[in-house]
Design a protein around this ligand. Sequence first.
Ligand code: CDP
Ligand code: MG
Length: 133
Amino acid sequence: MIEETFVMIKPDGVKRGLIGEIISRFERKLMAIAELRMVQLSREQAEELYELHKGRDYFEKLINYTISGPVVVMKIVGEEAIMNCRIIIGATDPAKRLPGSIRGDFSPYLTENVVHASSSVEDAQRELKLFFG
Ligand code: CDP
Ligand code: MG
């Protein structure tokens, strides 16, 4: 089934010059970049994006990282896009990231992990609405 999802290249991905490398990985899996924009998130926007994590011990660190530089926000559309984008980005846990995934190839860190992708239909709709109305 064709789905749409929200993907974000985080500040470390942008700073390291990985925008093209990252986008091409979604495109070659036959997913389309339907919308794309570079933005500097405010603290309020970052807290809204990560509202489900409020109260976690890593929340402040996550927010400070997310607003540490510009990010690239995207709407990606394709076959089972939510699942496929999650596979392409790789696991949250550094110990479970496989080489070939974006995080597996580019980040050994838990917090600074280069990319975000929505993890459910509900999250995708909510996150897309925050950035693309
Ligand atoms: O991004 P993903 O959906 O894989 O993970 P999450 O559990 O939804 O957490 C969101 C983000 O918070 C992660 O991508 C990490 O940047 C950060 N995080 C962290 O710094 N420490 C943790 N223990 C868990 C997540
Ligand atoms: Mg998540």
